[in-house]
Ligand binder design. Sequence first.
Ligand SMILES: Nc1ncnc2c1ncn2[C@@H]1O[C@H](COP(=O)(O)OP(=O)(O)OP(=O)(O)O)[C@@H](O)[C@H]1O
Ligand SMILES: [Mg+2]
Length: 312
Amino acid sequence: QEHQRRPTALQPLLDATFLLLRNQLMAHRVEAKVEVEPDLPMPDIDPNQIQQVFVNLINNAAQAIASTGRPGTVEVRARRWLDGVAIDVSDDGPGMSEGLAAQVFEPFFTTKPEGEGTGLGLSISQGIVREHGGRIMLSTEEDKGSTFTVQLPLATRAPAPPPDADHRVPTKRLRVLVVDDEPHILHYMRATLEAWGHIPVVAGDGEEALTLATRDSFDLVISDLRMPRLGGREFYEELVRLRPALATRLVFSTGDTVRGDTLAFLESLGRPYLHKPFSLAELRSLLGQVARESGPHVLLRDSRPAEVVPET
Ligand SMILES: Nc1ncnc2c1ncn2[C@@H]1O[C@H](COP(=O)(O)OP(=O)(O)OP(=O)(O)O)[C@@H](O)[C@H]1O
Ligand SMILES: [Mg+2]
């Protein structure tokens, strides 16, 4: 269905969506707000499919507000996000518990009475957005409300290069500290980074990572957010204090569902983050970005020049 995709302005698409839902919103005493950043670039999308996503998200928000018995507001905000766009659909409805939030993307999961919900809205929406090379993230807090964020690249990414093309890309050897409490992720990251000629060092939690980060030098830190002992955010804050230069080169990796203000925290950092499960292409593009941005001064505590693997 790729042929249905075309560069699409978001303001008219969102306006049309709200118009479509006007009666439901009014019946539920829901006020609608749309805000589109000026000169927002047009993502390459199938407008019908993406509209379906917003219909689902706005309907969910309105139904959630209605369930509180109070009036409320659904706010849609479209903005630039890295090299694409992000659209936040926020409501001031009941929010969700962590347990509920962890299940909402599952097909057929619904809390609505029989006949009212199929439980397919979010899983279908997620499928559509992934087809477009994007993601849906959820940030929610009980009694405060929920924000679903749809991230879309401007153009569907070019397919990843075949594996044997890897070594033809000139690569700087990067020292990468990987922090995650899941052993299989550490294992996979170590193997991948080594295969690409980088130097991985792994840590199982923030505390261990902090010890390593203050003892050794790194070009990049990739850290999970949710970890026992010292969590990702606390690790970051300690790093800002102890190794501020390295803190600017910390990239978080996170699942689709983040708690409360975590998404806001991530976005306040104003830098890319990895979504688990991330693809090799995403990891590669992140490393390429760091290698390009950091230049020869990358290594922090010693001044070993960055090694360059020559083009073959
Ligand atoms: N904005 C929201 N606020 C609170 N809970 C929500 C929100 N959006 C979704 N949910 C919860 O997630 C569940 C799954 O949503 P989903 O859209 O997948 O299915 P549904 O809305 O139940 O059914 P359908 O979309 O088929 O009408 C909902 O039943 C609801 O419990
Ligand atoms: Mg729904």
